[in-house]
Write a protein that binds this ligand. Structure first.
Ligand code: SF4
Length: 290
């Protein structure tokens, strides 16, 4: 473990090579007027992912009704979801040639269904123009609403992803408006509703959690029958956000990877730069291997 003292350790470095594919990705996103969590959350992998022609669409605007202390997305009063957005995403995904489309959203506590129907509309539109592509949704907790989870699951995404983000003891600091048990319940319910659908969750390290607390989260996820887990290093998006307490060494991420495999997760991504949607297609393929 390396205590964070304002300096990045050598393994927290990313080169951002110029790439014509990344330029094309940006152009398509602009053309269809779409938001990505890659940009809105200041993801450190944006250069790499855009250069591979991938991105994670963020639906229902770029203003969130919650104010999680780790997240760079703006908080405020969002606009109503746009009816044309599902079609625009579907056409953009087609133009990008995506084989696996990842869609997330801001949290919309202002909407009665939390935006579940809009997620479902996006999944259906994606199926229309991209019949070969698999679809992964990274959803908010819908305040634990069974109806909302059911609306999304009924639209038949291939992967249902919801992040627990951190350990139980840090929820009040990191995700004050969310609940650890609520998030686990959302994952367990999604799996119960469709057992053949992959479920996925993720967490960040470096916020001050202890090993045994991380392990407890992993056991809780397995108990919720979660298939895939992602584990990455928290990086502070701005001085207004929570500071990094520690930079977890790559060997420690490897150790968690081994542990997760032993515990029976079907696929695991664990490393300093792993994010929920990082290499999402490879992770999904791994989970589907017999
Ligand atoms: S890891 Fe996910 S959020 Fe980050 S740039 Fe890649 S696709 Fe976007």
């Amino acid at each position: 473990m390396l205590q964070a003292k304002g300096k990045f350790p050598p393994w927290i470095k990313k080169r951002l090579p110029a790439s014509p594919v990344a330029d094309l990705t940006r152009r398509i996103l602009e053309q269809y007027d779409l938001n990505t969590v890659c940009r809105s959350a200041h993801c450190p992998n944006i250069g790499e992912c855009f250069a591979r022609g991938t991105a994670t669409f963020m639906i229902m605007g770029n203003v969130c009704t919650r104010s999680c202390r780790f997240c760079a997305v703006k908080t405020g009063k969002p606009s109503p979801p746009e009816d044309s957005e599902p079609e625009r995403i579907s056409l953009a995904a087609k133009e990008m040639g995506l084989r696996h489309v990842v869609v997330t959203s801001v949290t919309r506590d202002d909407l009665e269904d939390g935006g579940a129907a809009h997620f479902a509309a996006v999944i259906r539109a994606l199926r229309k123009h991209n019949p070969q592509a698999s679809v992964e949704v990274l959803v908010p907790d819908f305040k634990g609403s069974e109806d909302s989870v059911r609306i999304v699951v009924d639209a038949q995404p291939d992967v249902f992803n919801h992040n627990v983000e951190t350990v139980l003891s840090l929820y009040t600091t990191v995700r004050p408006e969310a609940g650890y048990r609520t998030s686990l319940g959302v994952l367990a319910l999604a799996k119960k509703l469709r057992t053949d659908m992959l479920t996925k969750s993720g967490l960040m390290l470096g916020l001050g959690e202890r090993h045994e607390e991380v392990e407890a989260v992993l056991y809780d996820l397995r108990r919720a029958d979660c298939d895939i887990v992602t584990i990455g290093q928290y990086l502070r998006p701005s001085p207004e956000h929570l500071p990094v307490v520690e930079f977890v060494e790559p060997a420690e991420f490897e150790r968690y990877l081994g542990l997760c495999k032993q515990m029976g997760f079907r696929a695991v991504a664990s490393g300093p730069f792993v994010r929920s949607s990082y290499n999402a297609i490879e992770v999904k393929d791994e989970a589907q291997r017999p």
